[in-house]
Design a protein around this ligand. Sequence first.
Ligand SMILES: CSCCC(=O)C(=O)COP(=O)(O)O
Ligand SMILES: [Zn+2]
Length: 212
Amino acid sequence: MNAALPYDSDRLAQCARDIIVNVRELSARGWTPATSSNFSQRIDAHHVAITVSGRDKGKLTESDIMVVDVDGRPVATELKSSAETLLHTQLYKRFPDIGCVLHTHSHNQTVASRLYAGMGHVHLEGYELLKAFSGNTTHDTEIDVPVFANTQDMHTLAAQVDALLDRQPLWGYLIDGHGLYAWGRDMAEARRHLEAFEFLLGCELDLRRLRS
Ligand SMILES: CSCCC(=O)C(=O)COP(=O)(O)O
Ligand SMILES: [Zn+2]
């Protein structure tokens, strides 16, 4: 514990280790090509550990993880946080029980976002794996994964996400031609949601190919 810092440095080290181990696995699956993707974990009510912008996510070390506050401002560092920091911090700020946000650029996520952007969502129904999303107790359910237009203006995108969250509970969304955001109360839940989205989007893409 470093008393000069406004957060618990042991907790930051724990978050960094957790992010590094998990992101290496996601990267090995090809979900973080060309320095894309970003990852974060909550440190406490006011602070978030998040990846530094532009780093190779498959080769993260502790120096690639920094701290921002829940408004996305860097804390006790000159490093530049992810260009998409606001999409992480808006979730931590809004939902005190959210502990982890994962953003990847897998092939399936990107292709699905392009195919379904016109519709505004990907409809998922009839899959046993829908039970992987917290709150779902049966396969006999359906969810619409929203697809937002891509933009470099994170304030605009964050406002659109916020407006949708006012209307419905969500565990993730797609951005057109870009990738997927998924989150959870901790790393394990966020990963389960991310993996479920990835698997189900892959199924939808295969079904579309086979039916055409
Ligand atoms: C080269 S990927 C373009 C930016 C992006 O979408 C991304 O996920 C990575 O940005 P970051 O600033 O977090 O490295
Ligand atoms: Zn991205």
